[in-house]
Design a protein around this ligand. Structure first.
Ligand SMILES: Cc1ncc(C[n+]2csc(CCOP(=O)(O)OP(=O)(O)O)c2C)c(N)n1
Ligand SMILES: [Mg+2]
Length: 381
């Protein structure tokens, strides 16, 4: 049985958790039935099917990208999210139209989950002018502010103060939304994250920091990188910030954990650190030559066969009779076809024009605004 712990240091709600360590020692992937949690109790079959569709779209998209990368047709960085799809899809499914999200370089899943198109994302990976960042950002820099998605950042933990800024803006403007900022288990050790927690608590900002704990930062395991007494999230206690742990393999569980934290941010303007246990199947990036050396093949296989978030969700939907095997196959075929068409779109798209090379560097230059001089970029209206 998975061990039981306290969900939040302040609210004293209790739940069971499933950590990576427990999974590896043979514990269950999910630690309870979250289908009746307030976040999930009234979900429609269409919504549940939608989560499967989104997870499959992310996986098929990245598999296509990997194929072209391996053929040398695609270049640059490529940090695959495969294995972690449930986290981004669960989060996006809870966004209320005012919530904002931001993440690091492992950003494809979040982008597709918030509604970015496969074409603009795939073209960006190919470095083409039709890409979401006009081919100048690549894999690490997907952005869609119109979809409340603020990227896509390469500096480890660099997105954490930016996420705090989003939360500050929401509070300053009196908008009933929250900011969700994703970071990895390695990013937690960056000093700036501690500064963020201090300010989040001090200013009572509506932010949820989601630690996607996949057990590794590049080739370094959690045990070798982090001093842990209880968990990474429990460090938040030092800043008087609420924290919680959540298994990341079952969409119901991720939605339950996220919903509590997002509601707290929206309704009480309080920050939360939520640590979600998850796993990436591939190396840190496709350039990770040691991907199979710092983790045993058995470990990777165990996650793939027993804790895959897509397989688990498919089983759940079959058990609930929401979908049949044939229905699942149909959704998967559509995702594969969409990803293949997006790759074709990316390949056939033109390169960015040479004369655009100095564009998109400074917003105020491109838009001929004086905002840069007055220092009022974001709060001018
Ligand atoms: C400030 C900084 N230091 C080092 C790096 C190199 N680097 C890129 S990713 C990474 C590991 C981060 O791991 P984690 O936060 O666990 O995220 P994951 O890759 O597992 O999603 C490192 C050290 C960087 N990009 N930025
Ligand atoms: Mg990690």
């Amino acid at each position: 049985m998975a061990r039981t712990t306290t969900l939040s240091n302040k609210s004293q709600e209790s739940t069971k958790i499933s950590t990576n360590q427990e999974v590896l020692s043979g514990e269950s992937a999910t630690s309870g039935d979250f289908s009746n949690d307030p976040a999930n109790a009234s979900l429609t079959p269409e919504q549940k099917i939608g989560y499967l569709r989104e997870m499959l779209r992310i996986r098929r998209f990245e598999q296509q990208a990997l194929k072209y990368y391996n053929q040398g047709i695609m270049g640059g960085f490529l940090h695959l999210y495969i294995g972690q799809e449930s986290v981004a899809v669960a989060t996006a499914s809870l966004m209320n139209g005012h919530d904002e999200i931001i993440t690091a370089y492992r950003d494809h899943g979040h982008a597709l989950a918030v509604g970015m198109g496969m074409n603009e994302c795939m073209a960006e990976l190919f470095g083409k002018g039709t890409g979401c960042s006009k081919g100048k950002g690549g894999s690490m820099h997907f952005f869609a502010p119109d979809k409340h998605y603020w990227g896509g950042h390469g500096i480890v933990a660099g997105q954490t103060p930016l996420g705090l800024g989003l939360a500050f803006a929401l509070k300053y403007k009196g908008i009933n939304g929250c900011a969700v900022c994703f970071l990895g288990d390695g990013a937690v050790n960056q000093g700036v994250f501690s500064e963020c927690l201090n300010m989040a608590a001090l200013f009572e900002l509506p932010i949820v920091y989601v630690i996607e704990n996949n057990g590794y930062s590049m080739g370094t395991s959690l045990a070798r990188s982090s001093a842990i007494k209880h968990s990474l999230a429990s460090r938040a206690e030092g800043f008087d910030v609420d924290w919680a742990l959540c298994g990341g393999f079952n969409i119901y569980e991720v939605r339950a954990g996220l919903n509590t934290a997002m509601e707290r941010a929206r309704n009480q303007s309080k920050p939360t650190v939520l640590e979600v246990s998850t796993y990436r199947y591939y190396g840190h990036s496709v350039a990770d030559a040691n991907a199979k050396k710092y983790r045993s093949p058995e470990e990777i296989e165990k996650y793939k066969t027993e804790f895959d978030p897509i397989t688990l969700w498919e089983k759940q939907l079959l058990a609930e009779k929401v979908l049949t095997e044939a229905g699942i196959a149909e959704i998967d075929s559509a995702a594969k076809a969409e990803a293949a068409a997006a790759a074709q779109f990316g390949i056939e798209s033109p390169w960015p024009a040479e004369e655009t090379i100095f564009e998109d560097i400074y917003y105020e230059v491109d838009h001929k605004t004086e905002a840069g001089q007055t220092g009022r970029h974001f709060f001018s209206e």
